[in-house]
Design a protein around this ligand. Structure first.
Ligand code: SAT
Ligand code: MN
Length: 573
């Protein structure tokens, strides 16, 4: 259909990847960076119209419309295939098609799922080589696998990078993903959102497991015990920062450590011991660059000092390094912006795109967990939901039980970010941070969550956090970053029944004394009280919004969630 001139099978060897880098360099698709300062690192610029996920052009083409649901775009698969076939016709003429066998999680893991991505972009090959396990090693496992649902077929063509004809399409019943007219991140690295979330969430429902938009981290206490939590936040709300958090000095001194298992996606299954176990299906980080610095996230910065790909950041021409807003206070003088234009930092116009990214191998992260590639994953003691909310949501609260926790996840709302095209800063409902990533009807997804609760004999406790509450001047009250450790400590202690809490209409909130603010000068006990307060009037407003949102799902909304909503209304008085 796409009629490539050449077909190249990706074997995953360094030799082949090196040759591809050379070809990509020669074609001007990537730029080599400083060999001493950033060894084996490259810069790539996407087309200016192609800088983020495109939710309005993303489709879930299940056979029946009601299986895709009110939160997804849908088209009849027969129609969609026909429409796309025309766009793919001859799209690779004069180009090379790369065949990338890839595996989500280590291919030897019993939880592994495999895919083949066909693409005409070397940038995609090089990114997939970091983000997933690729090559002959995967083909062998794929050969041995007996379950057809273990294999997803992905097709990507850049075509003309034409926005009007850009389509990111999942066919869940066919285990197929077709993507065309984009060359950017989540639209084209098909192992990531398309497969590991949209297709995998559908598989998980059918097979009794969960694919979630969650980071996974391990918190080591001074006794050397490591307790794991998984946390769901919308794109560009700090998952990568939380996953690699460096505890404040007072914690470090006592011997607390945080270990990163994953920063974006978790696949969760009930283990033989009745707990919920999680693996990170990915092999790398595709993190937001702006705001990443030696204070906010040194581990992320250290992860991308070699073998990394930078997309849409500033190019410092003096020493062939990269820069972005918030990296440091010294923007380069002689530089090109993310579009490749001469850039003057004094102009006040940002040089890096707000959704510019680094792609870095996870095993380069200084705090990568020893369990990062453990085939059975890690046992999860707490699930944390969170979003960006200037008001309403307190710093942290705990759900009363699993079902109430599902309710808390289902009513998540967050201000939109630059990770997707469209307006930024608008509050929207984003249940479990899965709004753009659920591969089937969101009402059925809620039912699956409730159902999983019955299947996990020893379920994790469920929490909600909000690092983003602002004061009257619009400034964030909570310092965030490493200091989020103070909240995680309470969460983990609660999960193990080792901490106190107060009852509130929305769930359990810590008593201000329960959050350790030792050594945190910018927060007074009064400010903390404010952060933990639950404003009944704001929550009554919130309830109205939830009613509106729930109405979308009609009779697919599990009755249990309506009961939870009624209970909340009653508690608010
Ligand atoms: O573009 S990605 O989907 O990979 C990143 C994100 O939006 O979370
Ligand atoms: Mn994400």
């Amino acid at each position: 259909m796409t009629k490539p001139d050449k077909v190249v099978w990706i074997d995953g060897s360094d030799k082949q990847l090196d040759e591809l880098r050379k070809e990509s360099l020669a074609a001007g698709e990537i730029i080599a960076l400083n060999k001493e300062k950033l060894p084996d690192c490259f810069l790539h610029r996407t087309a200016v119209n192609d800088v983020a996920r495109v939710e309005h052009r993303t489709f879930i083409c299940s056979r029946k419309k009601e299986d895709s649901g009110p939160t997804n775009n849908w088209m009849d698969p027969v129609e969609m295939y026909a429409k796309l076939r025309k766009l793919y016709e001859g799209a690779m003429t004069g180009r090379t098609m790369y065949v990338i066998p890839f595996s989500m999680t280590v291919p030897e893991s019993p939880f592994a799922k495999f895919g083949i991505e066909l693409t005409d972009s070397i940038y995609v090959v090089l990114n997939m080589a970091i983000m997933t396990r690729i090559g002959t090693r995967v083909l062998k496992c794929l050969d041995a696998s007996k379950n057809p649902s273990d294999f997803t077929k992905g097709l990507h063509a850049k075509a003309q990078i034409d926005e009007e004809n850009r389509y990111i399409v999942q066919f869940p019943e066919d285990n197929a993903i077709w993507s065309i007219n984009s060359g950017y991140g989540g639209n084209v690295l098909l192992g990531k959102k398309c497969f590991a979330l949209r297709i995998a969430s559908f598989l998980g429902r059918n097979e009794g497991w969960m694919a979630e938009h969650m980071l996974i981290l391990g918190l080591e206490n001074p006794k050397g015990e490591v307790r794991y939590l998984a946390a769901a936040f919308p794109s560009a709300c700090g998952k990568t920062n939380l996953a690699m958090l460096i505890p404040p000095e007072i914690y470090k001194k006592k011997g607390y450590k945080v270990w990163c298992v994953g920063d974006d996606i978790a696949w969760l299954r009930v283990g033989p011991d009745g707990r919920l176990w999680a693996v990170n299906p990915e092999a790398g980080f595709f993190g937001v660059a702006p705001g990443t610095n030696m204070k906010s996230n040194p581990n992320a910065l250290l992860s991308c000092q070699k073998n990394a790909i930078f997309t849409n950041v500033v190019h410092n021409l003096d020493d062939d390094t990269v820069w972005w807003e918030g990296l440091d206070k010294n923007p380069p003088k002689n530089a090109l912006n993310w579009k490749g234009e001469k850039w003057d930092s004094a102009s006040g116009v940002p040089g890096a795109h707000p959704n510019s990214r680094f792609t870095a191998p996870a095993n380069q992260c200084p705090c990568i967990s020893s369990e990062f590639e453990a085939p059975q994953g890690v046992p999860i003691s707490a699930i944390v939901f969170g979003g960006r909310r200037a008001k309403t949501a307190p710093l942290v609260y705990q759900s009363r039980d699993w079902d109430h926790g599902v309710f808390v996840g289902s009513i998540m709302a967050s201000e939109t970010t630059a990770a997707a095209s469209g307006a930024v800063g608008v509050v929207r409902r984003d249940p479990m941070a899965m709004l753009p990533f659920c591969g089937y009807h969101m009402g059925d997804y809620f039912a699956h969550w409730l159902d999983m609760g019955k299947k996990i004999p020893n379920p994790p406790k469920i929490f909600n956090v909000n690092w983003f509450r602002t004061n009257d001047e619009g400034k964030f009250i909570w310092p965030g970053y490493g200091d989020n450790m103070r909240v995680l400590e309470w969460i983990i202690a609660r999960a193990f029944g080792e901490a106190e809490a107060d009852e509130s209409p929305i769930g359990y909130v810590p008593h201000p004394d329960d959050i350790n603010i030792e050594g945190l000068d910018e927060i007074s006990l009064d400010a903390l009280k404010g952060l933990l307060s639950v404003d009944k009037n704001l929550w009554k407003e919130e309830v109205k919004g939830i009613h509106e949102f729930y109405a979308k799902f009609g009779d697919k909304l599990p009755a249990k969630l309506n009961e939870e909503l009624a209970a909340l209304e009653k508690k608010l008085g």
